[in-house]
Design a protein around this ligand. Structure first.
Ligand code: GLN
Length: 558
């Protein structure tokens, strides 16, 4: 251990450690998709509701340096932090639930760990040594985990280990947390393990054996869980809890049931009912006073009440090429849920595949929707469908919200059908177009490597006074997150504006278009940035709220 050596290296005496930050390590067993991310986000929210400073880190065992080069079918949405990291979508849940901004340090992958170690080896940092998984890779993982404690900004760091215990690729992470538990001491760390308790219809009962086996695997890595979170489709009775407790070596009250919830936003309450965060606080042995009080969930309850009692329903169309994957547009669909709750409106999203919409017929596919969203994306597939959708929205004056590629498609459509440049296109799809209304950003022109090389993260955006965007935000200077290589061409900007397109948001430092809108329409706006990354529970992004409002007004004819 080098970077964090001052306060964290193992001096042989645990009392000598000046531990400010405590760690909760969260692992999963039996099956993937048990909802570790939602569990972490929920527990984090509960700890914050007790007044603690909390963050959550995700450790992903894959070899990619980040998920930025992965297909959404492979991985789901790529979430982008303000400081420009392309990360796992769980970070979106963390930000939305916790209302805390994450950074590069909140998502670590095996690829990133190995890259650091190999760079150090090439720099000669390990001269004379054989570089090995133990200790070098393990130490590097520990360094990333401890980095979040260095500035003592947090009371608790929740650390979620991706994958399932028993996977070959998770082993270094389990060893790293075993060592950290040993070095930091039992009361400074906690191990929570999520497992599945399946119901076997033929036997007519819930089965604990998979959980027992999962804990055995964890024990074989030297990790005894303190808390077991059991996912099941029905409640666990007392006998079952006692059985799991006895065979897995945990206290019966530390066997937490996690029955499938109506929405992910109910999970914090379900956990609070069982006192899971109080149990964690007691085990961490510092905040006993806090642990006797109730968490302040008033804001969360207000949000849930609104979410659960909508007065209206509006249907939106989301047009994209990854709609078959439920997680591909996670932050967008969650943003609609959060905006709907704010307005007391249930937002039903109709997912439409952009590749086939022309065969179905655009008008038919978009029948009776209150608003249309054209999703972000990369590559040629489905582009013609998206451009046709933008045209239909403009011509029929249906509220339109284009996000990143959705903005670019609206501009291409406008250039073709309003300016009359039939061959207008983005150079991403037609490099030889005579009207490249969307073109490479200058710094992207010579970029060959694909990983982490886009324009990423938060940049300032200046809003034009009196525009729709300005009215929605209620201020002129905002900051939004980006993930793109192409931009609205400055060569064609004035001609597009002369035909009625309004560039209402600009990056002044670089003279880049950030927002375009059509002022003579009800609600027609596209953003080069991704507003969906900044929605939070109780504080949805204002563009989403305004769009849902416009869609409701349009569909109810008000
Ligand atoms: N493919 C487009 C670009 O790189 C849009 C990216 C996106 O929608 N995130 O600029």
């Amino acid at each position: 251990m080098r970077a964090a050596a001052a306060s964290w290296s193992w001096p042989g005496n645990p009392d000598a450690l000046t531990v400010q930050t405590k760690y909760i390590f969260v692992t999963g067993g039996v099956s993937s998709s048990l909802g570790k991310g939602i569990f972490c986000a929920s527990l984090g929210r509960l700890l914050k509701a007790h007044g603690l400073r909390v963050t959550i880190q995700k450790l992903d065992p894959y070899i990619n340096v980040d998920p930025g080069t992965m297909n959404p079918y492979e991985h789901g949405e790529v979430y982008v932090t303000d400081d420009g990291a392309e990360t796992d979508l769980d970070l979106g849940h963390y930000e939305r639930f916790l209302d805390e901004t994450t950074t590069q340090a909140n998502n670590v992958t095996t690829g990133r760990v190995y890259r650091e170690v190999i760079n150090k080896e090439r720099a000669g940092d390990y001269l004379g040594k054989t570089v090995q998984v133990v200790p070098h890779i393990i130490d590097e993982i520990k360094r990333w985990i401890l980095r979040l404690a260095e500035a003592a900004e947090y009371d608790v760091v929740l650390c979620e280990i991706g994958g399932t215990v028993g996977d070959i690729e998770s082993q270094p992470y389990l060893e790293a947390i075993r060592q950290l538990r040993y070095e930091l001491g039992a009361t400074n760390t906690l191990s929570a393990h999520l497992t599945l308790v399946p119901y076997l219809a033929a036997a007519g009962e819930l089965k604990t054996k998979p959980t027992q086996h999962s804990v055995k695997i964890l024990l074989s890595y030297g990790l005894q869980p303190d808390i077991l979170v059991c996912r099941s489709d029905r409640p666990l009775d007392e006998d079952l809890r006692r059985k799991i407790a006895l065979f897995c070596n945990v206290a019966p009250q530390a066997v937490i049931e996690a029955v499938d919830a109506r929405t992910i936003y109910e999970v914090p309450l379900k956990l609070a009912e069982q006192g899971v965060e109080k149990l964690a606080l007691q085990k961490l042995d510092r905040w006993h006073g806090i642990a006797t009080r109730e968490p302040d969930l008033s804001g969360w309850m207000r949000f849930l009440r609104r979410l659960n009692s909508p007065r209206d329903t509006v249907t939106l169309a989301l047009v994209g090429k990854y709609v078959a994957h439920q997680d591909a547009y996670k932050s967008i669909s969650e943003s609609f849920i959060l905006a709907g709750a704010e307005l007391g409106v249930k937002v039903a999203v109709r997912y439409i595949l952009s590749d086939t919409i022309l065969e179905v017929g655009v008008a038919e596919a978009l029948r009776e929707v209150g608003g249309i969203v054209v999703a972000p994306g990369f590559g040629r597939r489905g582009i013609d469908g998206k451009i046709a959708v933008a045209r239909h929205a403009r011509e029929c004056d249906i509220p339109y919200f284009g996000i990143c590629l959705g903005l670019q498609c609206a501009i291409i459509e406008f250039a073709r059908n309003v300016c009359g440049w039939e061959d207008a296109h983005s150079t991403e799809f037609m490099p030889e177009t005579p009207h490249p209304v969307i073109d490479f950003m200058e710094e992207q022109r010579h970029q060959v490597a694909k990983g982490g090389t886009m324009r990423l993260g938060g940049y300032a955006c200046h809003l034009v006074e009196g525009s729709l965007a300005h009215r929605i935000y209620g201020k002129v200077n905002v900051r939004e997150r980006h993930r793109h290589r192409y931009e609205v061409s400055n060569v064609h900007r004035s001609a597009l504006a002369a035909h009625g397109l309004r560039f209402s948001g600009l990056n002044l430092a670089r003279d880049l278009v950030e927002i375009a809108e059509l002022p003579d329409k009800r609600w027609f706006l596209g953003t080069q940035f991704h507003p969906e990354y900044r929605s939070r529970v109780g504080a949805p992004h204002p563009l989403f709220t305004s769009f849902v409002q416009a869609a409701l007004a349009y569909s109810t004819g008000t």
